[in-house]
Write a protein that binds this ligand. Sequence first.
Ligand SMILES: Cc1cc2nc3c(=O)[nH]c(=O)nc-3n(C[C@H](O)[C@H](O)[C@H](O)COP(=O)(O)OP(=O)(O)OC[C@H]3O[C@@H](n4cnc5c(N)ncnc54)[C@H](O)[C@@H]3O)c2cc1C
Ligand SMILES: Cc1cc2nc3c(=O)[nH]c(=O)nc-3n(C[C@H](O)[C@H](O)[C@H](O)COP(=O)(O)O)c2cc1C
Length: 797
Amino acid sequence: MATMHPPIHIRIAGGGPAGLTLALLLAQGSRHRTHGPLIEVEVQEALPGQGSAGFGVVLSDETQGEVWSRLPGLADRLSPHWVRWDDLWVHHRGQATRCGGHGFAGLGRTVLVQTLRELAQEAGVKLTHGAALEPGWDGEADGGQMGAQALPGVDLLVAADGIQSAWRTALADDIRPRLTWMRNRFAWMGSTAPLTAFHYHVVETAHGPVVAHAYPYEAHRSTWVFEMDEACWQGLGLHLLDEAASARQLEHLFHSALGGHPLLTHRSHWRRFPALHCERWWTEVGGMPVVLLGDACASAHYTVGSGTKLAMESAMSLADALLAQEVLDAQGLRKALALHETRRRVPVEILQHHAESSAQWFERIRDHVALPHMAFAMALMTRSKALTYDELVRRDEAWMRQVDDAWWQRAATEGLQARARRQAGDLLRPLPPMYTPLKLAGLALAHRVVMAPMAQYQADALGRVGDWHLMHYGSHAQGLPAILYGEMTAVSPEGRITQACPGLWNDVQEEAWRHALSLVRRQPEVAFFMQLGHAGRKGSARTPAAGDGPLAASEGAWPLCAASPLPWDEGWPTPEALDERAMASIEADFVQAARRALRLDVAGLEVHAAHGYLLAGFLSPLTNVRTDAWGGPVQARLRFPMQVIRAVRSVWPAARPLSVRLSLCDWADGGLSEEDALAIGRAMRDAGVDLVSVSTGQTVAHQQPRHGRMWQMPFAELLKKRLGLTVMGVGAVTTSGQVNALLHAGKADLVALGRPWLADPFWMRRQAALDGVSLPGSPAAYAAGWEQVERQARQPR
Ligand SMILES: Cc1cc2nc3c(=O)[nH]c(=O)nc-3n(C[C@H](O)[C@H](O)[C@H](O)COP(=O)(O)OP(=O)(O)OC[C@H]3O[C@@H](n4cnc5c(N)ncnc54)[C@H](O)[C@@H]3O)c2cc1C
Ligand SMILES: Cc1cc2nc3c(=O)[nH]c(=O)nc-3n(C[C@H](O)[C@H](O)[C@H](O)COP(=O)(O)O)c2cc1C
């Protein structure tokens, strides 16, 4: 029983899935509360009649499970209406493939909203429609922003007023929304075409590819979302057509996909999708708390079909937080809002990250359409990064086999036969792609997984590697990465990052490397690549263990040089801009170190031109502001790095691979553009670079990178798909499922992992054991241990 407190009055602006779900949960929850005041809920919907309309929405089995268990009445009433399916079809270049096991249901949006309304009303929610609940403008505030007024008698205002939220606009100063408009044009239509599964159709026109995302939501009704890039949209003249005329043109283009059925329109105008993030989800207006909910607060791109999921799950979170309060007074309400935001923000942001990755994939569809059919389908399935190879094996193993088979057929045409093999008993399944060899110049790599270069900060004061490196590289060689990269090795004393970084500018250092690599040499399957670099303005630093930051003069600091006299960060010394003589001298330093690397007989060499070090500093317009022939347009910024790379190439034998590491995005305004990245990629190809190792950032201290799993891969993919370069990608790749998905989707030729190898020198061997794969070159001394691991991996878990 609720107590004798005066009731709490909650007003909800907007009767969409978010507002109605919240209202229903609060009304039901309030009845069952044994403490605190009654909650009176009122929903005000702007549109007359049934409120918002539209075609179908998609809910995954997982979301349905959660929604139905929280709102059992909803499941009962909706079950006659929804259409379930497991299959996703991909239609591309005259071929079609079906991947099963996905578990979704389509539902008419009107049915969903109407049913929520009925249930809410039955639970005692007051519903009004036909008049907007506006923020009650209180005139121009500072800076021209409109403010909002409190509503008399309302204890909490929930702004569930959709993506165009007037409340969010009025409260923008506090809420700080960030809207990023996705580039593609899309229109949401319906059709009488009967479907029984989800279909992606790609139709290639003279102006570019058009994609349809189509799914059923009633027996004879399906939703069709069409999208394309701006050039295609304008090329097809769709920008000049109204909804009806656009539908007629799309009916013509998608005639066979639609089976001759017409398209239906309802507010189906062409739009661009706004990706919305808010720094705060709630604030106060004249003492009245206001919280944003659903699309008003956070959007998720339609290509992951999760806008309704996000809206309804956020409503559940808010209802839980409110109902959990013992005392729902002014303070209790604020506690509830804070609790809701704390609990819900991370899941929302993860989903938004996946949604944005998915949206960006469709924006680059021109780069993907040329992929072979099964690779295209795999790239499409894994575009949001939420699904990996392993998850797809779980959902539809037969389909994954088809994708693997297609991969190996293509590999065979390139003369690549697997050298690894499956354990007996599972011979029918092809190997995942990461076990494919690769030819780089004259070098045959055993597979596609690499250990990224990682500084150890363990060299002695003379820049010599020692016992640590013998152990470190020796044990990692036993783990069998295809390439084992050495850490950044300085070409001169001033080129070191720290006093604990190794060098390769004199004989004692060369000798020390010879000793440190002696165990690596016992593993002929592992290719060791020496990474040569010059720290530029980021040198003369303390080690991370000593707290980073610049060395003091008393600690042995040395003078810094760079493309331009710009310090790395506050408190750092200003470097001297290199003149031509100094450039020639540094070029010679790289050449002598390359000669030493050749004497050390390492399999490959990498020039480090990434992460804001000296050569990278020339490439980025943020760090190269020179007005002479070495700065300005990208071709001029490329001059010095290319001079060094060509000089190294000239002494490094053609049969041994030369790789170059690049940061292809600075994550800061005014940094490298996509055109710059492509120009840099072309320069690598022209200079005979065999492998481009693509990283990003660390160019400027004020960078704002967008982290996430596999976050740097789009930059590797750009060079691979636009220029056909052999590329290696890196960054937050932690599982073999991710590696295999990346390779299948054609994002990279090699995948490098950094931190996972630090934690486990046997990362690769462990994955192989789990996959039932025997790798060539297994160390005999450890055979008994690995036999046990492999045996255990075969046992049912
Ligand atoms: C092309 C496309 C495809 C989509 N496909 C899917 C899908 O497959 N699956 C999925 O889950 N989601 C999908 N969505 C997203 C989904 O429609 C929304 O994310 C979801 O409806 C959000 O619910 P909401 O209640 O927050 O907002 P809305 O559904 O937009 O509801 C907001 C309501 O507030 C009303 N309103 C606006 N202003 C006021 C005001 N001042 N006062 C009172 N009322 C007001 C509006 O009339 C509206 O009824 C898709 C969206 C698009 C654009
Ligand atoms: C401890 C450490 C040291 C690193 N040192 C280097 C280096 O010497 N040269 C280089 O190019 N990158 C260096 N990196 C970057 C890694 O090569 C890699 O790009 C990065 O760790 C991202 O991969 P991950 O997410 O798999 O760790 C270093 C990274 C770590 C964690």
